[in-house]
Design a protein around this ligand. Structure first.
Ligand code: MRU
Length: 353
C-alpha cells in the first residue's frame, strides 16, 4: 500500500512530498510543529485526515525533543503551538477536532508527571494514524455495499473527484477506499477520476494510486463530467469531505458542487465518504464553513510556468460546499447516513486514556 505518512518510535516521522508526485517519490523528515505547519501549508501533505495526523505527529515529535519542568509547562507550550498549527489550512476540520481532543486529554491528565503525560499525548497521535486505516476500511466496506445494493449487484462505473486515497489519509482512503473495496470485491467495472483543476490532485495523485493498484480507470477533465454521465453512464459518484456541517452540507475540493448538480440532473447517486473526524457538529450549516483561498499562481501557473495571460486577476477558492439535498448518503465508518440524520449520530468525545 502507498504510504503518505511513515512513523515509528525509533525513526520518527517522515512524509511523502506530494508536490513531487507522480514524478518522484521522496520522503521528508518532520521534527517539530514548524516542519508540520510548513508541509501542510505548502501541500506537501494534503487531504483532511492526513493533515490532522501529520499535525498531531509533528507535535508528538516536538514534545519528545523538549524538556519541561512541569506538566503545566508542557500543556501551556502545547496549547500555544497548536493554536499556531491550526492556522495552517482553515477548511478541513479534522486538525482542529484533533487539537481540541488532545487539549482535553492533557487537561484531564494534568496530575501526571511530565514523562507519563508526554507518553499519553504521543500515544494519542500514534493511535490516530492506526485508527484512520481501520475507519477507512470500514468506510470502504459500507460504501461498496450501498453502491452494490443500488445497482442490484451489477458491476458499476464510479466517478470520483480530487484525491481521497492512501495519499490523503493514513492508508486505503475514504472515497477512493470505496472504489478499492468495489474493485477488491469484483464489483467495479471502471473508475473515472477528474483532473481536479487547479491543483490537479486527480491527475497527479488519484491517477497514480489507481495505476499503482491496477484498478481499471480513466482520467477526465473536470469539464467532461456532464458528457461522461450522459453518454457513458456513471452508476455513482463518491467524493471525500473536508468538513461536514451538522445538517449534512459538505465542503470538499472546488468543483465538487458542480458534479453534485450534474449528478442530480442525470439521477446519479452522489455519496460523500468521510470519517466522523471530518464532521463539525458545531456548525449548523455549510455557509458557515471557512473556505480557503490559495495563491493565484496555483491557478495561473503549471509546474512553475505561467499559462494565464499576464495581467489577468485570478480567484482561487480551494473548496466549495455541496448542499445536503444533493447528497444521497454520507458513508462513514459507522455506516451510510442520510444527511438529515447526521446530527442524531453525535457522540460525546470519547478519548481513550
Ligand atoms: O486541498 P486538498 O488536496 O487538501 O483537498 C483534499 C480534498 O478536498 C479531499 O477530498 C478531502 O480532504 C478528503 S481526503 C480523504
Amino acid at each position: 500500500m502507498l504510504q503518505a505518512i511513515k512513523y515509528s518510535e525509533s525513526e520518527g516521522l517522515d512524509i511523502l512530498d506530494q508536490l513531487l508526485l507522480p514524478q518522484q517519490s521522496v520522503y521528508i523528515k518532520m521534527k517539530n510543529i514548524d516542519d508540520g505547519f510548513r508541509a501542510i501549508k505548502t501541500m506537501q501533505v494534503r487531504g483532511a485526515p492526513a493533515i490532522a495526523i501529520v499535525g498531531m505527529l509533528s507535535m508528538a515529535e516536538e514534545l519528545k525533543s523538549l524538556s519541561f519542568q512541569s506538566s503545566g509547562e508542557l500543556i501551556q507550550r502545547m496549547n500555544q503551538r497548536l493554536t499556531y498549527l491550526i492556522t495552517s489550512r482553515p477548511t478541513a476540520v479534522n486538525l482542529s477536532n484533533a487539537c481540541h481532543q488532545i487539549r482535553q486529554l492533557a487537561e484531564e491528565n494534568l496530575q501526571l508527571g511530565v514523562s507519563e503525560l508526554r507518553d499519553k499525548l504521543v500515544k494519542f497521535a500514534v493511535d490516530m494514524l492506526e485508527n484512520d486505516i481501520a475507519d477507512n476500511k470500514a468506510i470502504g466496506k459500507h460504501g461498496a455495499e450501498a453502491i452494490k445494493s443500488l445497482n442490484s449487484g451489477k458491476q458499476v462505473n464510479v466517478l470520483t473527484h480530487c484525491n481521497t486515497g492512501s495519499l490523503a489519509t493514513a492508508g486505503y482512503g475514504t472515497a477512493l477506499g470505496v472504489i478499492r473495496a468495489l474493485h477488491e470485491g469484483g464489483n467495479l467495472a471502471h473508475a473515472y477520476c477528474t483532473e481536479t483543476r487547479p491543483y490537479n490532485q486527480g491527475c497527479r495523485l488519484t491517477a497514480y494510486e489507481l495505476v499503482h493498484d491496477k484498478i481499471p480507470a480513466t482520467l477526465i477533465c473536470d469539464s467532461m463530467v456532464s458528457l461522461l454521465m450522459g453518454k457513458t453512464g456513471v452508476s455513482a459518484v463518491v467524493v471525500g469531505a473536508d468538513r461536514v456541517a451538522a445538517n449534512g452540507d459538505t465542503a470538499n475540493k472546488i468543483g465538487t458542487q458542480q458534479i453534485a448538480i450534474i449528478a442530480k440532473h442525470f439521477n446519479v447517486p452522489f455519496f460523500v465518504a468521510a470519517p466522523f473526524t471530518s464532521v463539525d457538529f458545531n456548525l449548523a450549516s455549510g455557509d458557515l464553513i471557512p473556505i480557503e483561498e490559495r495563491p493565484s499562481d496555483e491557478l495561473a501557473c503549471v509546474n512553475g510556468m505561467r499559462i494565464a495571460a499576464q495581467g489577468i486577476t485570478c480567484w482561487n477558492p480551494a473548496f466549495d460546499v455541496t448542499p445536503a439535498n444533493l447528497i444521497t448518503g454520507i458513508i462513514t465508518e459507522r455506516g451510510v447516513i442520510e444527511p438529515s440524520e447526521l446530527s442524531t449520530h453525535k457522540k460525546p468525545n470519547n478519548i481513550k486514556s
